[in-house]
Design a protein around this ligand. Structure first.
Ligand code: HEC
Ligand code: HEC
Length: 348
């Protein structure tokens, strides 16, 4: 074990020893924190007033302390400077698109103001204020929010009498009890469906990006609007995601299915599986024995695009001398476009 690891392990054990109520432990390091040590560190103030120290401060004093310690960032009237937080104003904006949340408009508990100011302000010099100064500042922030008069004095005695305007604006989140059950059923973990049927393909819905061409990605999923149709330059490109053309291609595929299969569970037959063939290099199907002619063209970089496929299918042996695909060819350009769209709808 390295020195470093040994040391950090010792530290980890020491930490866990102090944190737990069991003292010392095998290493004899650390001890539980004493209640007074925790109390010295714990500065939290609770909504019911627990934790508040004795003390008092009035608005006038608060005005002075605030001007000295806070106004540079929060403004003379707690209205905020630049992007520093506003501590006053924003009343009645909570239902706006862009609500202004301040102590006056938003905070439900005055104890949070006392706690926050005492704990973390002034920014960069936290916990430098006396309890009386904090009471005075909190009184001044209330005054800036029109919640008290200018002769108001805040103390640990009247602290709970101050009503915060948005105290009733918070509700207990009871959705775990009231709603979750509605949205949650017993999850089915096995044999959930008798039969799984593929009703649509991502490629047809046009949600799968196609690395082969940006034009295809942009093709509309449904029938293009008439004006778009008129503009569309390459019918075949747009057609890639056209369900009608794909349906037509399915019919044309009957001429191929003696030798080729597509879809789930497709296997190599006389010809290779054609899933994912579009946009991919020729000769890529594992376990299929291609002719030397096809392998040679594949090595030369032949990729199956609408153009190359169309040329191949129009006249297989003319396009690829020596191919073992003994197929007469598809003379109709429409059929070739349809079969390209159909094959494109079967990814790997
Ligand atoms: C140097 C600038 C600076 C000074 C000085 C300063 N603050 Fe702040 N104050 C901030 C910043 C920044 C935040 C926001 C901190 C955050 O969101 O974590 C903040 C947040 C606050 C908030 C909470 C605002 C909210 O709605 O979330 C209060 C209240 C507050 N300050 C009070 C004071 C008081 C009182 C003083 C003087 C004792 C003071 N600040 C001095 C910069 C300052
Ligand atoms: C009589 C069987 C047969 C028919 C019918 C047939 N093919 Fe083929 N096809 C093959 C064979 C065999 C190969 C392998 C060619 C080679 O290795 O030279 C092949 C190869 C291909 C390839 C290249 C695949 C790859 O992995 O590079 C495509 C694409 C193709 N066929 C599409 C079609 C289409 C579309 C049809 C129908 C319009 C069709 N084929 C009809 C037998 C057939």
């Amino acid at each position: 074990m390295s020195k470093f690891l040994e040391v950090s392990l010792a530290v980890a054990l020491a930490v866990s020893a102090t944190a737990s109520t069991v003292s010392a432990g095998p290493l004899g390091l650390g001890r539980p924190a004493l209640p007074e040590e925790i109390a010295a560190w714990d500065v939290k103030i609770m909504p019911d007033g627990r934790g508040l120290p004795e003390g008092r401060g009035d608005v006038e004093t608060g005005d002075e302390v605030f001007a000295e310690n806070c106004a540079v960032c929060h403004g003379d009237f707690a209205e905020g400077v630049g992007n520093w937080p506003k501590l006053a104003g924003g009343w009645g904006t909570l239902d706006h698109d862009d609500p202004v949340k301040t102590v006056g408009s938003y905070w439900p508990y005055l104890s949070t103001v006392w706690d926050y100011v005492h704990r973390s302000m002034p920014f960069g010099n936290a916990q430098s204020l006396t309890p009386d100064e904090v009471y005075a500042i909190v009184a001044y922030i209330l005054y800036s929010n029109n919640l008290v008069e200018d002769d108001f004095e805040l103390s640990h005695e009247n602290f709970l009498e101050v009503e915060m305007p948005n105290a009733g604006g918070f509700v207990v989140d009871d959705r775990p009890a009231t709603e979750y059950a509605i949205w949650r059923g017993e999850p089915c973990m096995e044999n959930c469906k008798d039969k799984v049927e593929i009703t649509m393909r991502a490629r047809v819905l046009d949600v799968t990006p196609d690395e082969a061409g940006a034009a295809m990605e942009q093709a509309p999923a449904t029938e293009p609007a008439p004006e778009q149709k008129a503009e569309a330059p390459a019918a075949v490109t747009v057609a890639a995601a056209d369900p009608e053309l794909i349906a037509a291609g399915e019919k044309v595929f009957r001429k191929c299915s003696a030798c080729h299969q597509v879809g789930d569970g497709a296997r190599n037959r006389t010809g290779p599986v054609l899933n994912g063939v579009m946009g991919h290099p020729a000769g890529g199907v594992d376990g299929f024995k291609y002719s030397g002619a096809l392998q040679a063209m594949a090595e030369d970089g032949l990729v199956w695009t609408e153009d190359t496929l169309s040329a191949f299918l129009e006249n297989p042996r003319g396009f690829m001398k020596g191919t073992k695909m003994s197929f007469a060819g598809l003379k109709s350009a429409e059929e070739r476009a349809a079969i390209a769209a159909y094959l494109a709808s079967y990814r790997d």
